[in-house]
Design a protein around this ligand. Structure first.
Ligand code: C2E
Ligand code: CA
Ligand code: CA
Ligand code: CA
Length: 267
């Protein structure tokens, strides 16, 4: 009911929400939660994905899947996206385990020459090494007319920033996209993980194919949405490099990451 209401209100009063978003930027209602990404063999934390959280003063926590489209429609994605990049780089620079930080970039952020500049700025002001930053994009970046925006991704890649193709296998993913940009890694959507772990022969065969292709192209692989040991085991067997999901850790606020680091060191 909450989501239905939210969508209705959205239709009625996007302007109100837009104002809320503007307010959020000026208060501390926006924050990032970090979810660990572990090495499939050793279990060591090798990265963390930054996930945007909006704690609305009246509505409580609003899921990013709901408010990011509103932000995009309102033309505020550049402002929020810049904030996310700076915040993530600044926080990651304090992590003593030197894990990478993965930041989600929506297709709308790629328009214009702004992204590369923002990333350079975030790296410079935080002091984070470019090799510790990964940008996660979905294939929707290929849908626009302006393929020159891919040039800014290329500039970042040559600086050492990782480029990750997110949600691979979800929707209309085409293997053809893999050759259109130099991705360092692909993230396999949780629907494949579920299918393979449930013993579906087709799901497993497709996964096998995706992983072989990634290997052939020199790309690393992360499986997302791992919720059980059985799912982790299947992905390890298939040779996936990294695993992410509730089984290894939920997204948690920045303050919790320091404790997570101490725990990882003790283990
Ligand atoms: P995503 O990039 O595919 O992120 C993974 C989503 O899966 C996250 O949802 C995460 O909390 C969730 N997840 C992680 N492990 C598990 C698991 O084991 N099981 C299940 N069922 N789910 C799991 P979240 O945080 O709600 O984010 C949803 C989407 O919102 C993200 O999907 C991403 O597309 C978008 N998003 C989040 N933060 C940002 C941001 O800063 N910028 C942009 N442009 N998009 C963002
Ligand atoms: Ca992602
Ligand atoms: Ca994903
Ligand atoms: Ca997604």
């Amino acid at each position: 009911a909450f989501y239905a209401n939210f969508m209705l209100e959205r239709a009625e009063g996007d302007r109100l929400l837009e104002n809320d978003v503007r307010d959020a930027l000026n208060s501390d209602a926006l924050s990032l939660a970090y979810q660990p990404i572990v090495d499939a063999r050793s279990g060591a934390i090798v990265g963390r994905e930054a996930l945007l959280r909006w704690n609305h003063p009246q509505r409580g926590a609003i899921p990013p899947d709901l408010f990011i489209p509103v932000i995009e429609d309102a033309g505020l994605i550049h402002q929020i996206g810049d904030w996310v990049l700076r915040e993530a780089c600044t926080e990651a620079a304090t992590w003593s385990d030197e894990a990478r930080v993965a930041v989600n970039i929506s297709a709308a952020q790629l328009g214009g020459a702004g992204l590369a500049k923002t990333v350079f700025g975030a790296l410079a002001s935080s002091g984070l090494a470019p090799g510790r930053l990964e940008l996660e994009v979905t294939e929707s970046i290929f849908m626009g007319d302006d393929l020159s925006t891919l040039g800014s991704l290329e500039a970042l890649r040559s600086l050492g920033v990782g480029l990750v193709l997110d949600d691979f296998g979800k929707g209309y993913s085409s293997f053809g996209y893999l050759s259109r940009a130099r991705f360092s890694k692909i993230k396999i959507d949780q629907s494949f993980v579920r299918a393979a772990a449930a013993g579906e022969r087709e799901g497993r065969a497709i996964l096998d194919g995706i992983l072989a292709l990634a290997r052939g192209l020199g790309m690393a692989t992360t499986a997302e949405g791992i919720e059980t040991e059985a799912e982790a085991e299947v992905m390890r067997e298939l040779g996936c490099h990294q695993l992410q999901g509730y089984y290894f850790g939920r997204p948690r606020p920045a303050e919790a990451v320091a404790k997570e680091e101490r725990r990882a060191v003790r283990r």
